[in-house]
Design a protein around this ligand. Structure first.
Ligand code: BGC
Length: 760
């Protein structure tokens, strides 16, 4: 239906316009009935539909829905198509339930494994987070349902999340904390963005004009509306001026009145209010005009939840113990086998319409096998309680007795709900002590131990060397039991890769000394060195690296080819390689492409992920995989330039099975036509200008005077080494060269002028 929003705004009263800028209740916008402006409903998200009933009350339970794997799990699929499919499915559910916007995806970077909400977030790597979030948004929005990518930005801890200031350098914001949002906006144009609670460098996100208008809209081209996180508004007028269109939830009329008064008193330009109303009306009508009523098939969506988890489970360790032989007598131990932990607490909590535990999936599998005349034998002991995570001496005894008479033991371990949740952070990375002890005790009575983990973020595993297999199921959604059963018995070949690093100890983590700050500020002192960027740079051994994940088959990579030897600012580089399934089982592999800067222009991470592709290969099959890179893949954010910059010089293209298993490498030359701005003053150092063409020649006479300092005798050369001369020369400020210039320059000013002509 065509309507003229500008005309509509002219008909709206000031009060109606102000009213549209805050919620009716916890989940809905206000209607303006006399003008046929409908109300729309928003719901969490992100891994399912958490629609609360029509009372608009936020404290009641939500409707029964499908709980898909949470972001910590699905990110390990590294599968854009799968994420798009999940988005489409959630979009269908929203259409059926009359929900206009799903509050997700949540893409905050996992700065520390301690953050209580990491289970909801995608990755420690901005490229991964951006690509997977974009795919999800594309899927949801293809069903004419909006998304709200959140929480913009630098919301990387729960401690004091409503007031803390994230103190972050511009470079770290641009390279680590913004790109997931930027990519999603540029590739998939989410209908809405949710601003975060916290401040960034002292300014609340909810009233940060640079963030919400200059960067989000002017630089990246965001067209939708910005809504606040629930209760994130500090100053409503400042927020509106900054570009915060919708305050959620309802303010009970308080801030609507503030807006009205500010316009009446002339302290707020009504045009600013009108702009927000236009943005809101566009999305409200977009939903209503394209409404597709219907219903959805919960069982079909459950199947997709299982499939996503199967593609996401990460096989961390396997010493020829998995897949389990159906003939082996198996002991399944641990409360999570019976009652899996498959999602986290807080606003993302879905009222799953059903849950399939591992034990019931294993019983179904056993039945299937017995029909084929191949009985599967297994026993179960609780070992510990799934709710508390704790065991008892009796439970331990029962578990040990079962383990002793079994061929193989699978322990279903993990974190109980209270260990990680929205609203607070963890303060350690440990499993409940009784689980650690149980695993170690079991390993003493049976050598064939596999541990399956149910957790939203990394845990320390002091027992890792004592067990033969480790399977990371994460918080895998309501079908986690079925998916784990498929993986353990080899019906499904694991193909997940970690989207975050598993450190050996909390003390090794990048933000260990600065997380979560002093209660007022949290200083991001590790800067751009987050996740694998940090462990790589510090050469700190980790338990399992970013990108790691095993398979039941093997893959070989060969024939890496680049379609260019020199790349410029506007070029696209196409890379290709062959991947072969050299094992006996069909399976999928995630091929990872990293870029290493060898130009030495500025401090950079050892390598950064810049593309990935997941492919399926039958046993013996070989495929050619093609991916592209462009200037941005090579660039860092130059604060001096206020833009992305790829310096001229050599880079390496690294292709790997994980961030620490690089199997192919090729060099490429980058040539930029962009000159970094430089200000030449008497205190500019020589080394800052030597890279400019013509400068070494210009300074040649001075350089010779420095060389002469070294003297010729052996003792003079011992006293002043060549290295010392080089270093003195490089570090010299231009002012110190005044006496050495000779007749080539009229005076020092002429010298500076000639340098400026070359460099600036
Ligand atoms: C969370 C958001 C969520 C909102 C609505 C907030 O507390 O931070 O992620 O979408 O509540 O439930």
């Amino acid at each position: 239906m065509k309507r003229n929003i500008k005309d509509l705004i002219k008909q709206m009263t000031l009060e109606e316009k102000a009213g549209l800028c805050s919620g009716l209740d916890a989940w809905r916008t206000k209607p303006v009935e006399r003008l046929n402006i409908p109300s729309i409903m928003v719901s969490d998200g992100p891994h399912g539909l958490r629609k609360q009933d029509d009372s608009g009350n936020s404290s009641n339970d939500s409707i029964p829905a499908v709980c898909f794997p949470t972001a910590c799990a699905y990110s390990c699929s590294f599968d854009r198509d799968l994420l798009e499919e999940m988005g489409k499915t959630i979009g269908d559910e929203c259409q059926a339930e009359d929900v206009a916007v799903v509050l997700g995806p949540a893409v905050n970077i996992k700065r520390s494994p301690l953050c209580g909400r990491n289970f909801e977030y995608v990755s420690e790597d901005p490229y991964t987070a951006g690509e997977l979030a974009s795919a999800f948004i594309k899927g949801v929005q293809s069903k004419n349902i909006g998304t709200s990518i959140k929480h913009f930005a630098a919301n990387n801890q729960e401690f004091r999340r409503l007031t803390v200031s994230s103190e972050v350098s511009e470079r770290a914001l641009r390279e680590i904390y913004f790109p997931a949002f930027e990519t999603a906006v540029k590739q998939s144009q989410p209908d809405t963005v949710m601003c975060s609670y916290n401040k960034i460098n002292g300014v609340f996100s909810s009233e940060n004009k640079r963030l919400l208008s200059e960067i989000l809209r002017n630089e990246w081209g965001f067209k939708g509306f910005v809504m606040s996180d629930w209760g994130a508004v500090n100053d409503r007028i400042k927020g509106l001026e900054a570009g915060l269109d919708l305050e959620m939830p309802s303010s009970g009329g308080l801030t609507d009145a503030q807006i009205v008064n500010a316009v009446k008193e002339g302290t707020l330009d009504e045009k600013i209010l009108d702009t927000s109303v236009v943005r809101l009306l566009r999305i409200i009508f977009k939903f209503h005009d394209k409404r597709q009523k219907g219903s959805f098939n919960k069982e079909a969506h459950h199947k997709l939840a299982v499939k996503i988890e199967e593609e996401s489970i990460v096989l961390l360790k396997n010493e020829s113990i998995l897949p389990l032989s159906p003939h082996a007598k198996a002991a399944f131990i641990g409360g999570f086998a019976e009652k899996p932990r498959f999602q986290g607490g807080g606003s993302s909590h879905i009222n799953a319409f059903k849950t399939v535990s591992f034990l019931s999936a294993a019983a179904d599998f056993a039945l299937e096998q017995s029909i084929k005349g191949k009985p599967v034998v297994f026993g179960y002991a609780k070992g510990f309680d799934a709710v508390t995570g704790e065991g008892s001496p009796e439970m331990t005894q029962e578990a040990l007795a079962l383990a002793q008479k079994s061929d193989v033991v699978v322990v279903f371990a993990g974190l109980p709900d209270t260990y990680e949740c929205e609203g607070y952070d963890r303060n350690h990375l440990k499993l409940p002590e009784s689980q650690n002890t149980l695993i170690q005790d079991l390993a003493k009575v049976n050598k064939n131990i596999v541990v399956v983990l149910h957790n939203g973020s990394p845990v320390e595993m002091d027992w890792a060397d004592d067990v033969k297999g480790i399977v990371e199921a994460y918080l895998g959604g309501q079908g986690v039991g079925q998916a784990v059963c498929g993986i353990l018995y080899g019906k499904v070949n694991p193909s997940g890769k970690l989207a975050e690093t598993f450190p050996l100890r909390l003390e090794d983590t990048p933000s260990y000394l600065s997380f979560p700050g002093d209660g007022k500020k949290t200083v991001y002192s590790e800067d751009i060195f987050v996740g694998y960027r940090y462990y790589d740079a510090r050469k700190i051994p980790v338990l399992f690296p970013f990108g790691h994940g095993l398979s039941y088959t093997t893959f070989s990579y060969s024939d890496l080819k680049l379609d260019k030897t020199i790349l410029t600012d506007t070029d696209t580089l196409t890379i290709s390689l062959k991947v072969k399934n050299t094992g006996t089982m069909n399976g999928k592999e995630v091929i990872q492409v990293y870029v290493r800067d060898k130009t030495g222009t500025i401090q950079r991470p050892e390598k950064e992920l810049k593309n990935f592709e997941k492919i399926y290969l039958q046993s013996g099959e070989e495929k050619t995989v093609t991916m592209t890179l462009n200037k941005r893949s090579f660039a860092y954010y130059s604060e001096a330039l206020g833009d992305w910059h790829a310096a001229s010089g050599t880079y390496e293209i690294l292709v790997g099975k994980s961030s620490q298993d690089i199997v192919l490498c090729k060099e490429i030359t980058f040539k930029t036509s962009v000159k970094l701005p430089i200000t030449i003053t008497p205190n500019t150092n020589v080394s800052d200008i030597l890279r400019y063409e013509g400068i070494p020649q210009l300074l040649e006479p001075v350089r010779e005077r420095y060389n002469a300092m070294q003297g010729t005798s052996e003792s003079a050369r011992e006293a002043i080494t060549k290295e010392m001369v080089d270093s003195m020369y490089n570090d010299t400020p231009l002012r110190s060269l005044q006496g050495l210039l000779g007749h080539d320059f009229k005076d020092f000013e002429d010298f500076l002028h000639r340098i400026r002509q070359i460099c600036c």
